[in-house]
Design a protein around this ligand. Sequence first.
Ligand code: WTA
Length: 628
Amino acid sequence: MEQLSGEIFYPSKDVLKKTRVKDWNQLADFAGENLEAFWEKEAKELKWFKKWDKVLDDSKKPFFKWFTNGKVNIAYNCLDVHLDTHRKNKVALIWEGEKGEHRSFSYFALHREVSSFANALKSLGVQKGDRVTLYMGRIPELLIGMLACARIGAIHSVVYGGFSVESLHERLEDSHSKVLIVADGAFQRGKIVPLKAIADEALQRAASVESVLVIKRTGEPVNMEYGRDIWYHELVNLPMINSKCPVEELDSEHPLYLLYTSGTTGKPKAILHTHGGYMVGTYSTFKYVFDIRDDDRYWCAADPGWVTGHSYIVYGPLLNGATQLMYEGAPNFPFPNRWWQLIEKYGITILYTAPTAIRGLMRFGEAWPNRHDLSSLRLLGSVGEPINPEAWKWYHRVIGKEKCPIMDTWWQTETGAFMITPTPTVPLKPGSGTKPFFGLKMDILDEEGNPVKANEEGFLVVKTPWPSMMRTIYNDPDKYVEKYWSKYEGMYLTGDSARRDEDGYYWIIGRTDDVIKVSGYRLGTAEIESALVSHPAVAEAAAIGLPHEIKGNAIHTYVILKVGVEKSETLREELIAHVGHEVGPIAKPENVEFVDVLPKTRSGKIMRRVLKARALGQDPGNLATLEE
Ligand code: WTA
């Protein structure tokens, strides 16, 4: 094995013996030199109604196309293909509710559910290319609804259930959704989030929605608007709805979904992914990184409403015919052993979660996990933000019992699939995602575009295309070019800063733009600021992220009140609640500080870096452009 520097965790003999990819370097070298051949080989493992003409078409870059003129459907590859195999009656999805209710679906059952759901959507007039928004908690209907859209070529847009009125409204409007699928509510730590009521408020401001399909989850009474709202369980049980639903044979580049994510400025943008390339990317990364096997019981604890859930709850696992768990609730409710209990109960073999959850659970001490039999685990995963070595080692020792390699996977909504990640046999360094996935060339550059020296910080870029890459920003192709492809000629700008050590291992430092990662959730300063400014008392606002022990980053805000408005503790609390109501509870600022001025450039842009430096007691650096 290679000589590496620093603290290294080598794979055990057992891992080396059992893992699919024995020689990482060999496959990486092959893919590095034969990008298209590598991806073509992966694509051939999936079912296509018609084979592609070209693997990669870069004639209109950065609008890359993959598997051109192929005919395919990702939902067909998630379900139908397994029905002729030993997997037909295999459990695809085990679901447990916060209160301990249990549901499970075989591949056969899931296929039936998805087909009926697709027919229900068709009965509402949903056609190929229409947008459908889904807004609910972690329940099977979310996954089923997404696959139902994909089956008929509709484009799903999932809005995370932790978002609120304004966030939902913006997304409904920007996507021009025809149908909204919403749960009556969601359970959260014993309380109920009234999703339908939030949606009703958002719908008052959104004109395109013709029908609202309501899923019963909590059973609490909700308002049903005649002619617009319909219960899913009533619709799907009508005699005209059955489970025979032919699958749409779609072009490889047919849009699969929109997923809104925060960027540098303004409103969240819809990242667009397509059937063919995204399917190949999620299938292949999931297969190699988690080294998935037929007897695995995989659990990704993320929310399907974020990209992690799209790629590694819905698509990656089902494409691979895996068995997985979906859990509705929070890690520490009612007690901090909830997760460990689930791992024991279901014999989970792979756990994929975020550093913030690890840090949060670490706080309660080892006694909680130690009460449970976690010996079924063979692999762990981390995603969403850099994992600090201390949390990594706790995860490795206390949860993985020093036998489970940790797959620290760096990627983004835009990339669709893992980009920097180990596979199980790669020697690990706590806090590093190791190296780029097969076929990817990445680099770290300085402002002028020169590669930085080992261990120096710079802008992380990707120099090769990959199949699951975003295709564009929906409704805004110019922004796609400007934001991701214009800083350096021909390279994808990730928005992260990173360094690479002497062994070629990548270490992510954080965002270089105005995106704040709170508990792994991606939020934009602009969203929080516009929510604050929408309050009648506020004249101007600025939001920044400051380090937080559990959340990674916490939101701090600075507010200039309108003339004549009195500063008060009550107003401070009201503003925090207002952001929660508009954007969602996850966006609630840690603090609101009332100020008289904000640092601005001469062109009027708020200099958040100055605010940040001040809050951290650091030198704000170059202030040449500072106006006030
Ligand atoms: C951050 C989440 C360090 C990074 C899949 C990236 C990470 C942003 C990691 C994308 C990781 C994600 N280590 N940082 N393993 N994974 N990030 O779009 O800043 O919600 O740019 O996708 O999360 O967030 P997004």
